[in-house]
Design a protein around this ligand. Structure first.
Ligand code: SIN
Length: 326
């Protein structure tokens, strides 16, 4: 898509992957009985008059069209490839990605950990389908473009309900309300208010921009089965060794445990995880608490997740296992 009032050669790229923001329902009042990922990204952007006045050329590209509960490694690989491609173009200021809310935090962390982009990569979404009486997607899209074109913005962030979250901290914390995300203890990076940004803290750190090398290793992965299989297990009352033993028997390559509190583990589960380690399977200990981080304990036999939630610790372990491959 190209808009009429373009006054510079600068470009903004909007990549579509599906989600509720592209969802439709047969009844306008229906906020739950809809089908995600129905409208194309060009259609979504064209339906937002506020974007037509952009001083930048807006380009759209459909990378996937899925409900994000079905997010896959091959979509991540394709998405990382397209993000990398566009970021390398000097005239591209930044990228917006429309995404389902359900696994948005995983994709955001994956892209940040892999690419450390020096330009902004902004994931946005909606809690209501595009056909809702009052959809939230259009405003989120306008806010995301404001962030992606903000001078000095960098790294992977999520924008939802006027709040800018770092990929490192963002978590979906509510299944229904429009402001469904939180950055927990860290707090948001800032807010988008009438198109202007009010910043509270720094953008995600981008110490090294190693986009090309990282992408090359991911791009080589032919299919889902080539990615390391890392699973998440949880501690709870009455936890046992059974799940870990079944996973080991089925060839799991890494484990993240969502422990209770400061990542404590039922002794039976802990023993099974030690067996996994003894068999050469890396294990990482995160917490199932939704806020705070695991505080390292001296001599801990299972390393902690360094502040990452269980789902992000899993992504980190997958990337680390990929990095160790010849
Ligand atoms: C999805 O994650 O694709 C569906 C749910 C949503 O976007 O809110």
């Amino acid at each position: 898509m190209q808009v009429s009032d373009v006054v510079t050669n600068k470009k903004m790229v909007i990549l579509g992957t599906g989600g509720t923001i592209a969802g439709t329902a047969t009844r306008a009042g229906d906020h739950t009985g809809y089908t995600a990922a129905q409208l194309g990204i060009a259609q979504l952007v064209a339906a937002v008059p506020a974007l037509a006045g952009s001083p930048f050329e807006l380009l759209t590209e459909q990378v996937a069209q899925i409900d994000s509960k079905d997010m896959s490694f091959s979509v991540w690989r394709d998405l990382a490839g397209r993000v990398s491609h566009w970021l390398a173009q000097p005239e591209v200021l930044g990228i917006v990605i429309t995404h389902g809310t359900d696994t948005l935090e995983e994709t955001a962390y994956f892209l940040q950990a892999l690419l450390h982009p020096a330009k902004p990569v902004v994931l946005t979404c909606a809690m209501r389908p595009a056909t809702a009486l009052v959809p939230d997607g259009p405003q989120n899209l306008v806010d995301a473009v404001a962030v992606a074109t903000h001078p000095g913005a960098r790294g992977v962030v999520a924008v939802c309900a006027g709040v800018i979250h770092s990929a490192m901290d963002v978590q979906k914390v509510h299944p229904y309300r429009l402001d469904a995300f939180s950055s927990g203890d860290a707090g948001p990076i800032g807010y988008v208010e009438e198109g202007r940004l009010r910043l509270m803290r720094n953008w995600p750190l981008a110490p090294v921009d190693h986009t090309q090398a990282a992408i090359e290793s991911i791009a080589m992965l032919p299919d889902e089965a080539a990615w390391p299989r890392v699973e998440i297990v949880m501690n709870y009352a009455g936890a046992s060794a059974a799940v870990v033993q079944a996973l080991l028997a089925s060839g799991v390559q890494g484990l993240v445990v969502a422990g209770t509190g400061n990542a404590t583990l039922h002794h039976a589960l802990e023993a099974a995880l030690h067996e996994a380690q003894a068999a050469g399977i890396p294990v990482v200990r995160a917490t199932r608490c939704s806020e705070g981080r695991v505080l390292p304990t001296p001599d801990a036999a299972i390393p902690d997740s360094r502040g990452l939630s269980p789902v992000k610790a899993r992504v980190a372990l997958i990337l680390s296992l990929l990095g160790k491959r010849p």
